[in-house]
Ligand binder design. Structure first.
Ligand SMILES: [Zn+2]
Length: 413
């Protein structure tokens, strides 16, 4: 080999080993796949949930707290505001829920300190509305799920906590995960922002902040994403008849494989997770643009038109937007609907979680939304969608029940 060749071979090997090094230097403290502390906490007949006097717990949060313990025997949950708890309550396993700085007293030593509007971890301040932490003490009798505002999304439930004893969330992201104790003497903490710096290469588009694993073909993925994604948002907004002002940036993480994704989102490996979307943060394995566009459309509809609590309408509206970009999709969905029409009943239309039992329901909901849009007009549909009263609207305006509407829909297929 001539010197030049040797040089290139050495350079090539160096590049490969640098790439390897990048992946290897992410020394994550592993999760506890058995959720030991969490299991221990719930191994009791009653759990007391305490909230600050000035921040009553919302029905939505109660519901999430109780559904979170879905396995084995479900303890009885009872709720008290802080000033109502007495000394016998303190013998119970207690879950504290609400902004930590609004609690008057301390109930166990914590790895964070209260501040006026949030909390402090080491020297880092977390005082935004959407900042939060989760902490289970070593005895597993005190559990803290504390977000700075009741309006913020509950990252604990969105990500699914418990495989570590401690998490800090900033906006919709985990920034620290790991194990710690009260006086921080036994800290095993993953600094995720530091790991992200090592692991991802970043690029900002108009509506997206792209983070792509350095071990992937970064340049070509950036190139593809740059050509497709911003344009997609502009076209989508155009079709939705809304402007593109003040759209929250969508943060996208593309991991090289599922295992790495699961480490970053702290999802135990016995579950198979290929992607996750929390607020405006999207985690994907590789860069699947159809998934990115799917989640982006959810986010834009939410921001520009409004939210809806019914999965059937949420997914149906999202699916309907596909028909603007590809007429063939509608015909495919129409065939799916015809062959699986038995799936469509009042329960599905009412937002039952059985929606997710069959992927065909995506197609069915899209075709149904198109039918609704054709019937009542797009601007009317947008209005009733965001006001959450599609059912009411139909029964009042057309004097038919949802059952009759389903029958009408089936007839015209
Ligand atoms: Zn969806």
């Amino acid at each position: 080999m001539n010197t030049l060749k040797v040089f290139f071979v050495v350079l090539f090997i160096t590049i490969i080993s640098i790439n390897r090094l990048d992946a290897q230097s992410l020394d994550f403290y592993p999760m506890d796949e058995n959720f030991e502390l969490l299991q221990k906490f719930y191994k009791t007949d009653t759990v007391l949930v305490v909230f600050p006097d000035s921040e009553p717990i919302l029905a939505m949060d109660k519901d999430a707290i109780e559904k979170f313990k879905f396995w084995g025997e479900i303890p009885f949950f009872y709720y008290k505001k802080e000033s109502d708890i007495n000394s016998s309550d303190l013998k119970k396993n207690i879950q504290f829920f609400g902004p930590i700085f609004k609690f008057q007293k301390e109930y166990s030593e914590m790895p964070v300190e209260k501040t006026d509007h949030g909390f402090l971890y080491n020297t880092e301040l977390f005082n935004h509305e959407n900042d939060a932490f989760y902490y289970m003490n070593e005895n597993a009798n005190r559990l803290y799920m504390c977000k700075n505002s009741s309006k913020a999304i509950s990252s604990f439930f969105s990500y699914g906590v418990g495989a570590y004893s401690f998490y800090i969330f900033r906006e919709s992201e985990i920034v620290y995960s790991g194990f710690t104790n009260e006086n921080l003497s036994k800290e095993k903490i993953n600094d995720l922002n530091h790991f992200r710096e090592i692991y991802f290469q970043q690029k900002t588009l108009s509506f997206f902040n792209l983070n792509i694993a350095k071990t992937l073909k970064v340049d070509s993925l950036f190139d593809i994403a740059s050509k497709e994604l911003d344009k997609y948002v502009i076209n989508l907004c155009d079709n939705l008849e809304v402007d593109t002002n003040n759209i929250d940036e969508i943060k996208l993480y593309a991991y090289a494989d599922r295992i790495e994704l699961q480490k970053f989102i702290a999802a135990p490996l016995f579950n198979t997770v290929w992607g996750k979307s929390v607020g405006n943060v999207l985690h994907t394995t590789q860069l699947d643009l159809s998934i990115v566009k799917h989640e982006t459309a959810h986010s834009i509809i939410f921001q520009k038109i409004g939210g809806n609590l019914n999965q059937f309408w949420v997914e149906g509206f999202r699916q309907y937007t596909d028909y603007w970009f590809n007429k063939g999709t509608y015909n495919v969905d129409l065939e799916i609907t015809k062959s699986n029409i038995t799936f469509l009943d009042e329960e599905l239309l009412n937002g039952s979680s059985k929606f997710f039992n069959h992927t065909e329901n995506y197609g069915i909901s899209g075709v149904f939304v198109k039918y609704m849009v054709d019937k009542i007009g797009f601007s009317e549909f947008k209005k009733v969608y965001s006001q959450q009263d599609i059912e009411e609207y139909i029964t009042e305006k057309y004097e038919i029940s949802m059952d009759e509407l389903i029958a009408e829909f089936k007839d015209q297929l």
